[in-house]
Design a protein around this ligand. Structure first.
Ligand code: GLN
Length: 208
């Protein structure tokens, strides 16, 4: 009976809500029937099964994460195997290296990123992106991706792998186990598959 009740609890997906476009992520979670929770303080992370780091301004986010003591509990969540999806500024926070001087923040994904890497004319653009499925059984899929003053992933280290590149070869998505960083915004393009993956992973990680 307890087992049956436990199975019924849906995974709770935290969305970092200190700055940036967290509302769009909460709306996307709502659209796929998942339970989202705004995270501002470390205590908000209690009982969270998966986490989204939204896009916005990584310099502002970095300060707030440090000031509010969010770095250690997010790392602990990743260590427990909870899936974490960082989009755009969120991916910058995940990186182990940031080109041109900035100190890394969470260091959860073995990759080097360059902020605002696409030139003026490409400041914002939308494209069909071929991406390796995040599911073990899946092949490549095409998804709609919006880039806004996006970072480029300059290289991935041995612990990580590339999951999407633009036609020019620029890496725009990478993964290290349960941690995924993408340069673009699926939540603005009406793209729900990455959120669905996160929810499925969160359910699996919680059971395991
Ligand atoms: N340019 C921002 C930064 O470097 C990221 C932009 C975004 O999240 N859309 O922090």
């Amino acid at each position: 009976m307890a087992g049956a009740l436990r199975r019924k609890r849906q995974p709770v997906i935290g969305v970092m809500a200190v700055q940036g476009d967290f509302r769009e992520h909460l709306d996307t979670l709502d659209a796929v029937g998942a339970v989202g929770r705004e995270i501002r303080l470390p205590a908000d992370l209690d009982g969270v099964d998966g986490l989204i780091l939204p896009g916005g301004e990584s310099t502002a986010m970095r300060k707030l994460y440090v000031r509010w003591g969010l770095v250690a509990p997010i790392k602990a969540l990743a260590t427990r195997g909870a899936p974490i999806l960082g989009t755009c500024a969120g991916a910058i926070l995940l990186a182990t290296k940031i080109a041109d001087g900035d100190e890394p923040v969470l260091s959860l994904l073995d990759m080097e990123v360059r902020r605002n890497a696409f030139g003026r004319q490409l400041d914002s653009f939308e494209t069909e992106l071929k991406m390796q499925s995040l599911k073990a059984s899946g092949g490549p899929t095409t998804l709609r991706a919006v880039f806004i003053r996006a970072p480029e992933i300059l290289r991935v280290g041995p612990a990580a792998s590339v999951v999407a590149q633009l036609e020019g070869g620029e890496i725009v998505a990478a993964r290290q186990g349960n941690v995924v960083g993408i340069s673009f915004h699926p939540e603005i393009a009406g793209e729900t598959r990455l959120h669905r993956w996160l929810v499925e992973q969160a359910a699996t990680a919680r059971r395991g």
